[in-house]
Unconditional design. Sequence first.
Length: 240
Amino acid sequence: MICSNFLISQNLLFNEVLASNDSLMTDSYGDYDDWLEIYNNSSIPVNLNGYKLYDDPNITSWFFPDTTIAAYGYIVIWCDDQLFQNSNGWNSDMHANFKINKDGETVYFKDPAGNLVDTIHWYNLPTDTAWARIPNATGPFTLTTNYTFGANNNPSNINHKAFEEIRISPIPSKSIFKINTNYVVDEYEIIDLYGRIVDSGIVRSKDFFLDLGYLKKGYYFIVFQNKFQNISYTRKIILN
């Protein structure tokens, strides 16, 4: 079931922002643009058709396409004022019609009826530093250099040793990725830039191959999970 009424939309919230992305990650056009993340803190998917974002009431709001944010899922919006990059039919990144400024700004999120869903405000954000809710979804906004694009913000989910011991090649790839995990992981999920899980599986060996050739070209994230230690960590992959 997919819901979009006012009560359900109150479970949608701003979860993270990177307002000065100088060197951390690029969109599918190779640009180091700034971005906002929205999280659905409920067990019900929400269709975002008609929802809107804006940072200035005197300019035209940016409306979401007909897309759904999964239950307990994430959606990331690039704030670069480059609408032409949406010309691929929304199959890749989402680009808003405004830019955000690290020196200070407020962004508003409203539902189709005009009800305010959430706002986010910041000032003087350092370059390559995120402003994120910690604990994820429920905590206050906190400065962190451990950005978690489209993923859980909790510090327990960040394991640098494990991150370094996971090797994925080649990147980019047309279809098949070779994965080596010297660290114990149980499962993986492939997540697109809408925050949707598009593939998942059980990890049965430290070395395995993953064929994602059936997916559309673009950027994805592979989230590895270790259920015993209750940690997960994310790597970016590219299909070309």
